[in-house]
Design a protein around this ligand. Sequence first.
Ligand code: BES
Ligand code: MN
Ligand code: ZN
Length: 506
Amino acid sequence: MQGVTSDSKPGSFMKISFARPSVPKTGVVVVFAAEGPKLGELAGQIDKAAKGQILKAAKAANFTGKKDQTLDVVAPGAGLERVIVMGLGRPEVLGAREIELLGGAIAGTLQAVKAREGIVAALPEVKAVGADEAAALLGSGAGLRVYRFDGYKSKKPDSAAALGAITFQTDDAAKARKAFQAYDAIREGNHLARDLVNEPSNVLFPAAFAARAKALSKAGVIVEVLTPAQMKKLGMGSLLGVAQGSAFEPRLVVMRWNGAAKSEKPVAFIGKGVTFDTGGVSIKPAQGMEDMKGDMAGAACVTGLMLALARRKAKCNVVGAIGLVENAIDGNAQRPGDIVKSMSGQTIAVLNTDAEGRLVLADVLWYVQDRFKPKFMINLATLTGAIMVALGKENAGLFSNNDELAARISAAGIATGEKAWRMPLAPEYDKLIDHDVADMKNIGGRYGGAITAAQFLQRFVNNVPWAHLDVAGTAMDSVKSSINQSWASGWGVRLLNRLVADHYEA
Ligand code: BES
Ligand code: MN
Ligand code: ZN
């Protein structure tokens, strides 16, 4: 079956550049002030050239340079269109993460005043990172922020009027430019993940998603796409059972990035890719069902991560595998009570067809550990509503059979702001999914729904370090931040990139 085609085109992306400090003669300039206000160097120079207009405006507006305070001075003189002063509070205590968020806030402010270009002063007195790294971090935040998904508007937004370029000033511009390359790669991966999650399900059905993944081969990723016939041969009855009610065929996509020696075991990332989740015969209520176009956010994250790692030429061997299915309803859809046989040989009684993500992941996890013998497996899935009941939308649920891996993920989460909170796994929970006829059932009881889902996944993991991230609350309908204003956050790309960079690169 064919879907409609998207006319969503990747718009020309904002240009981010770095230059040595100088006093601009025209344009929109962003400068900084510490608490006081104590103007930064460029701010002071502009104030002098504009005969004290900046400090006068600060006084009139009660701007004291407190963190997150901004002062917008229009046509202050000296030829400038606008000078935006951002308060830093105490710049000497700003950490890397706060600098990146500040970059997002700067881009947001430039957009809000409809600037087409911006020049940003060097950050004063920052201690946590070097000046060039600070400039690169500002660029990272700005790049993440300016994401748009507007390809479906028939009236095209005037791209000439959009924010098209930001220049960040810093003493060693060449060094900042170099540091920025990795951030730009990560940004590209994050934006790909957001795009995939934002796409509607009539456009991004399994084969269409697979085609988007296949396009990563241009970035040096090796991409294989398995058809239903191949999956059937492998015995993936659990995944195929979910797919059988849909007019769209399922796909299993395996992406590989080989950035290290052949002898190095790969790390593996696995994503739930349910391109739409109606619930199946255990149908979902109408209210909010449209959000289930994002039920492939785990797969989107894995795809975005592979792009980011390939773009920055990560020195690591990485496997990304995504199970792509639609959970639909028709006369051939699987029924509550059906028993399916997974690739592992274990049988599953499908008591609720809406607990489909775990059925998809069961076969993909088994396949990946069997074929690739990875150092670890991390899967991502918008798996349960229950994880939002437990943790809200600020933390993903983290389940793991390995304390070291869990600790590394937690730390990378704090560093990137993509936070994950560890949840328990234990035999007492595991027995809740035993079944009298089949080896297991696909739902637990009324309580601990995110945990019993994780226990289910663990039954398809052997002796390999494994972690499961339940991203139902963080990947879509996400909490807005200075680096993301989109419904789809691209959650996990920055976190997992950081995990790889910190621990698994030669
Ligand atoms: N995709 C949903 C989980 C979900 C719900 C993600 C809301 C994001 C927002 C998943 O397939 C599902 O339906 N889970 C059920 C499991 C239940 C039937 C045991 C749920 O959470 O209700
Ligand atoms: Mn479901
Ligand atoms: Zn689902």
